[in-house]
Design a protein around this ligand. Structure first.
Ligand code: ZN
Ligand code: ZN
Length: 408
């Protein structure tokens, strides 16, 4: 649990740097009922920053579980019209949106997977319009973590100090432990932007990853690829930061170019399953063979999802000295785990990681080499000795990472 002082800093940070709330603007907060004090603090601060109205959508995993167990698949697949309308309302009225993330990674482990899947598919179909608006930055949004008891238990076990330890990790990752978190974030974001700019200037054709673990992989980058980082612009031209924490600078690989082998450096937590100690070998951009010491069937399922999950859709660079990486812990929460280590993703590339990508159709994106799939699964490859080299079209080489950290 955050103490009062930290909570004040947290609220100010997610409102100012996160969604960048403007005077007269409405705000919706999605928050687990177990962490209600966080929503209360954010709501109060939002008004002091000029919010017109704050609405909260309470989330309750325990009740969700009761529903999953007792309701039929058919009933769970019915999404009320009012729910869809309430989400579309946010975009229509120009609200911004904060999601407090404190999920219990094991919340639904005793629930039949068909039921959670049926509800998830129905919800994503019903909210298609809303999620397209979000992905195209039609509204300003921010996901930020809060330490819940259930989440802490999964990370640090039953012990008394679990929540304390997770709280400290979150404070460090969000730079709330520093005297001026706002200033620290500005510096951090500018640093990521500077690196993205340097990478964009180089217009690399290839990236090579090497380490002692056995990774020796060369990937192509999509034509017209763009390196992105923390700060984005919404449709209304106002800047915001969608994820807190965020440490990555990332872009789109070329789906047709990847040669060599890559070794996982951290366990991959996927749909409640752990996949660990694995390699994937690529040939002509496509997965040629793979093996996981733990969870090989789950890895097989991911790779076999569709044609796109046999190819790469993201390359992301994160230095080993980032606060999330330094925790050295698996958090079972994407917001954290993908910011702990350099990673690649199997599956779909973000359209925004190629120039003008939001205006391009699938065929045009594919022509540039940006991968398409119904999935996007990150896996960690960063190690303390990771070396990353950028290779230009003329064959010249520029060091990007040495010993797991940025060269610039
Ligand atoms: Zn990423
Ligand atoms: Zn990703």
């Amino acid at each position: 649990m955050f103490d009062k002082d930290t909570l004040g800093k947290y609220a100010e940070l997610v409102l100012k740097k996160g969604v960048n709330i403007q005077s007269g603007q409405g705000l919706e907060i999605a928050c687990p009922i177990t962490e209600a004090y966080v929503a209360h603090a954010v709501a109060e601060k939002a008004y002091s920053l000029g919010a017109s109205i704050v609405r909260v959508r309470w989330e309750d995993e325990l009740l969700d579980k009761i529903n999953y167990i007792n309701a039929s698949e058919k009933a769970l697949s019915e999404v009320p019209k009012w729910f869809v309308a309430s989400k579309n309302y946010l975009a229509e009225k120009g609200f911004c949106y904060i999601a407090v993330s404190a999920e219990d990674p094991a919340a639904f482990k005793d629930v039949p997977a068909e039921k959670t899947a049926a509800a998830a598919v129905a919800r994503s179909r019903a909210l298609k319009k809303f999620s397209e608006t979000v992905m195209a930055n039609g509204i300003r949004w921010c996901v930020a973590p809060a330490p819940s008891k259930a989440w802490a238990k999964q990370v640090y076990g039953d012990g008394e100090d679990s929540v304390k330890r997770l709280t400290a990790d979150i404070e460090k990752a969000m730079r709330l432990d520093l005297p001026d978190p706002q200033a620290a974030w500005e510096k951090h974001v500018q640093n990521l932007e500077r690196r993205a700019e340097i990478l964009n200037g180089h217009k690399f054709a290839l990236l090579r990853f090497e380490n002692k673990l056995g990774t020796d992989l060369t990937i192509g980058l999509a034509r017209d690829h763009v390196w992105l980082s923390a700060r984005e612009k919404a449709a209304d031209d106002v800047e915001f930061i969608a994820n807190m924490p965020t440490e990555e600078v990332f872009t789109a690989p070329h789906a047709g170019i990847a040669e060599g082998v890559v070794k996982s450096s951290m366990p991959l937590s996927y749909n409640g399953q752990i996949i660990d100690d694995f390699y994937i070998r690529f040939k002509n951009g496509r997965v040629r063979d793979f093996y996981a010491e733990k969870g090989n069937d789950a890895l097989k399922n991911i790779i076999g999802t569709d044609a796109g999950t046999r190819r790469l859709g993201e390359a992301a660079l994160i230095g080993k000295n980032s606060p999330v990486a330094q925790a050295g812990t698996l958090f079972f929460n994407t917001l954290f785990d993908e910011n702990a280590s350099c990673h690649l993703a199997l599956g779909k590339a973000y359209p925004t990681t190629v120039k003008n990508g939001r205006a391009l159709n699938l065929k045009q994106l594919k022509a540039l080499g940006a991968n398409d799939s119904s999935e996007h699964v990150d896996f960690m490859i960063g190690t303390p000795d990771l070396k990353v080299t950028g290779i230009k079209n003329d064959g010249s080489e520029i060091p990007v990472f040495t010993d797991g950290e940025w060269c610039f």
